[in-house]
Design a binder for this molecule. Structure first.
Ligand code: HGY
Ligand code: MN
Ligand code: MN
Length: 429
């Protein structure tokens, strides 16, 4: 193989535009990691700290190391791969996304951004690009909240937005705390303080992600430059009634928590309309009945409500509607419990980084548009300490968090090429 061309990277804009990614290699990364799943399951199920996660980690660590990066795993499981810059005193550039998935999710959510980071490391190695600033690729843990119901937990820990107290409070469905799960996986959450990001350490952070909606597909744009990410609140509600026989208990004598839950769940779409925000969304995605038998009036029903908007006020109004209905149910003899599991504020992203992404996309003749993100992303955790950019590629049919999640290979290539060029420019500044 002839020696790879050494790019002097002096006229950065001209130089970076000659860089090429290897899309076959990227698609191989995605195929390999997304096919790691529990026996007999479908889609991608790769919860952080699971055996599937362990296999995926081995692959990512091997590829980062092979691309010449210094690689380490931090106290809560985020994997870091760093290329040291030529000017030590300059702050670093972060590029990353998450390695975990929802249950029976798609092949690209999070993984696309991790695979993009791997490819950038390889191009830097092959083209002998010497960044001025350290370039650090991160594969974040527990972004989905699949284990403990709190999204972006790995990035929150690095950003100082979650600590040991939170890790000891959050529990999975088996009642095991995040702290214990991490310890059992071989991590050392006690040293979380040592991993905290200091604001002055990071010059910029960029993330590539699938859109997970259909704004891009509907508008015909190939890339999305994200201006803001919705805030969200995750609520857990437990309703307790009187368990009893489904056949022998007259309707008038019941304290039925499932009927109570239905009253709340059924009203959520109507409350969203009444509140009148154009962006407010609220979802009940998880519900458990105890003892969950068809001929038993449940003793207890527990469910989650995921509420999002760019405006915190609208999220608050939705919470108040739910609380008022719960109070009414309380007066009818249902015992109620409403717990906020996790919240994250809406954030605005860096115009400067957005413009660089837009400039590089336009220079490549790739159609693009500005937009907002209803999905949350790890990069949102760092907007108060550095310049953050988020680039979207279209989701076919606007589907995500399902096995059908998909994006055209050409769009994946375009997204990673634009990200690579923007990263090259920023690490040289
Ligand atoms: O829920 C979300 O927005 C992200 O996929 N964790
Ligand atoms: Mn994601
Ligand atoms: Mn997701």
């Amino acid at each position: 193989m002839e020696s790879p061309m050494v790019i002097p990277i002096n006229n950065i804009r001209r130089e970076v535009r000659s860089l090429k990614i290897n899309i076959q290699r990227v698609m191989e990364d995605i195929r390999t990691i997304s096919s790691i799943r529990p026996e007999g399951s479908f889609g991608s199920t790769r919860f952080s700290y699971s055996e599937e996660d362990r296999h995926a980690r081995e692959y990512v660590i091997r590829e980062m190391t092979g691309a010449g990066a210094n690689v380490w795993t931090d106290s809560v499981g985020n994997i870091h791969g760093r290329i040291v810059g030529t000017e030590k005193e300059k702050s670093r550039v972060l590029v990353g996304s998450h390695l975990d998935t929802v249950r029976n999710g798609g092949p690209l959510d999070g993984l696309l951004g991790v695979a993009a980071g791997l490819e950038i490391l390889r191009v830097f190695q092959e083209e002998k690009i010497k960044p001025v600033r350290d370039l650090e690729i991160i594969a974040f843990s527990e972004e989905e909240g699949s284990n403990f119901g709190a999204t972006m937990l790995g990035s929150k820990c690095l950003a100082g937005k979650a600590g040991l107290e939170e890790l000891r409070r959050l529990k999975n469905d088996e009642g095991i705390t995040a702290y214990e799960v991490m310890k059992k996986f071989g991590l050392n959450p006690d040293s979380i303080e040592e991993d905290l990001f200091k604001p002055e350490e990071t010059y910029a952070m960029l993330e590539l992600h699938i859109e997970q909606g259909q704004v891009l597909e509907d508008s015909g744009a190939s890339l999305g430059i994200v201006e803001g990410i919705f805030g969200m609140t995750n609520i857990h509600i437990t309703l307790k009634g009187i368990g009893n026989h489904a056949g022998a208990t007259p309707m008038g004598l019941r304290r039925d928590p499932m009927a109570a839950a239905g009253r709340i769940i059924g009203k959520i779409p109507e409350w969203v309309n009444q509140i009148g925000s154009t962006q407010l969304v609220a979802t009940v995605g998880k519900i458990q009945a105890y003892p969950n038998a068809s001929n038993v009036i449940p003793e207890k029903v527990a469910f989650t409500v995921d509420i999002r908007d760019m405006e915190a006020g609208f999220i608050g109004k939705m919470e108040s509607r739910i609380r008022e209905e719960l109070e009414r149910l309380g007066k009818e003899g249902i015992q109620i419990q409403m717990e906020t599991i996790a919240t994250s504020p809406s954030v605005s992203l860096s115009r400067e980084i957005g413009d660089i992404l837009k400039e590089e996309a336009t220079a490549m003749g790739i159609s693009n548009r500005n937009m907002y993100s209803g999905a949350v992303h790890d990069c949102a955790m760092f907007t108060d300490m550095t310049k953050v950019g988020l680039l979207f590629v279209p989701s076919i049919g606007g589907r995500s968090h399902v096995p059908e999640e998909d994006t055209k290979e050409g769009d994946i290539g375009a997204g990673i090429s634009v990200l690579l060029r923007a990263v090259c420019r920023v690490v040289m500044e």
